[in-house]
Design a protein around this ligand. Structure first.
Ligand code: ACO
Length: 417
């Protein structure tokens, strides 16, 4: 029988703490630990700390399971579009036909940005990284859309982030701004805004649209990851949603998080250029004195296959085959994965390929440049960020304000007259 209490003995005294049960996991509620014992917990990186109760997604890292609102990612990929998945993540249930139509129409209603944002973009130097630009422009939205209801903010962001992403890409490659097309699907519109060339007719390619739709679904939510935690952290202080998403984009940019998708392709290209000696690079990754890590490998939660990586690998193989691309990087990635999975270092540390290991190969096949990969990740993660924001407000979560162990000087006096 499950107990609802754990008993701790601290300095000879007994303390009882309640257990919090979730659908699949459990935690010790230490909310009154400090007031009762004077101790705080010490958990760098929050590796063992549950910061909230959530019903959006669930990961079983030992078994390699990912659920969105209870549905396995493998079923969602087969049966849902990205926009249906966004609805599911934000609202808790899959939409019926009327709900999906309303949701899509509402996004289209906000499918434009203030003309002055184009002027601001013009002033940003071309050498800036697209993630810096996307984060800045998302933040700039706070100055153009005041006093919105939360409900409208979700639609504004779903509509406007793809526009900002496409503008960022087009500025980089020297194309004039493009405008949304209300008559096509969310992902088709996204691709058209990226690749439309004014003097050429634009042809949709269903293989590309389908691959991107799947990749966005794979990124849609992943419980309390670093960028989502950032969004929740800002929200806990009652900052506005645009600022919080802008901060989430900045957190995602980091190479240990979403920025790994760019880092993976850069790493694979360097390995190829240097002769493709996989053993040499695995040895580098294992050498504690060498800062090199095998990018796209390892995960805080998954100690088994990342189910998203398995799907992304299939999507990568399919798009490369369907578009008749000969991609030595894909072949190298498959070889590297095979060798790493046989290596005792990676086996012992339970390091498996994560979502970022194969996603870059798909983006490259679509024609998206390397420094835009993490921007695409941000577009996929947007529903998750917003759902966590919404949930945090409904739960009335308190402001996030961790403690620390102070190791600085003891109180002292300034020795100066
Ligand atoms: N290559 C080599 N060794 C690794 C790797 C790797 N990719 N990942 C982890 N390790 C080793 C660490 O050196 C450490 O070894 P030690 O126990 O001997 O000190 C051990 O495995 C545990 O690693 P930590 O860094 O402590 O694990 P943590 O949970 O803190 O980090 C992370 C997870 C950041 C993803 C890490 O695995 C990593 O840096 N991977 C490469 C970057 C990457 O692919 N990031 C994308 C993650 S998915 C996402 O954010 C969308």
């Amino acid at each position: 029988m499950c107990s609802n209490i754990v008993d701790f003995k601290i300095n000879g005294c007994h303390y009882k703490f309640p257990i919090v049960y979730g659908t699949y996991n459990k935690a010790i509620n230490i909310a009154h630990l400090r007031e009762n014992t004077e101790f705080i917990t010490f958990d760098p990186g929050l590796k063992n700390t549950g910061v909230t109760k959530s019903s959006i997604s669930f990961i079983d890292g030992e078994k390699g399971i990912l659920l969105y609102r209870g549905y396995p990612i493998e079923q969602i990929i087969k049966k849902c579009s990205f926009i249906e998945t966004s609805y599911l993540i934000l609202n808790g249930e899959l939409p019926n036909t009327a709900q999906l139509k309303h949701f899509s129409e509402k996004i289209k209603e906000f499918n434009c940005i203030n003309q002055n944002i184009y002027k601001i973009l013009d002033e940003i130097p071309n050498f800036c990284h697209p993630m810096g630009i996307l984060s800045s422009l998302t933040y700039i939205l706070t100055s153009f859309t005041n006093y919105l209801k939360d409900e409208d903010m979700y639609f504004h962001l779903l509509a406007k982030l793809p526009i900002l992403a496409a503008l960022t890409y087009r500025k980089k490659v020297g194309l004039p701004p493009s405008y949304p097309d209300k008559n096509i699907s969310y992902v088709s519109n996204l691709l058209k805004m990226f690749f439309y060339i004014p003097n050429k007719s634009y042809q949709q390619n269903t293989i590309i649209t389908d691959a991107l739709d799947k990749l966005l679904i794979l990124h849609a939510d992943h419980e309390q990851n670093c960028s989502t935690t950032t969004v929740r952290l800002l929200g806990s202080a009652h900052a506005d949603l645009f600022s919080a998403v802008s901060a989430g984009i900045s957190a995602l940019w980091g190479r240990l998080h979403g920025g790994a998708n760019q880092a993976v392709i850069e790493m694979l290209e360097v390995i190829l250029k240097s002769g493709g000696n996989i053993k040499k690079w695995l040895d580098k990754a294992k050498n504690k004195k060498d800062p090199f890590r095998l990018m796209g490998f390892g995960h805080r939660i998954y100690k088994n296959f990342d189910p998203r990586a398995k799907i992304a690998k299939k999507v990568a193989e399919n798009i490369v085959k369907e578009l008749n691309i000969s991609d030595p990087v894909l072949e190298l990635a498959k070889n590297l994965e095979e060798k790493a999975l046989q290596d005792s270092y990676f086996k012992e540390k339970k390091l498996y390929p994560n979502i970022d290991f194969y996603s870059g190969i798909i983006y490259q096949a679509i024609g998206i440049p390397k420094d835009m990969f993490t921007v695409m990740f941000a577009l996929g993660r947007l529903p998750g960020w917003m759902a966590h924001w919404k949930e945090m407000k409904l739960n009335m979560d308190p402001i996030v304000r961790p403690r620390q162990i102070y190791i600085g000087n003891k109180k002292r006096n300034i020795q100066k007259n």
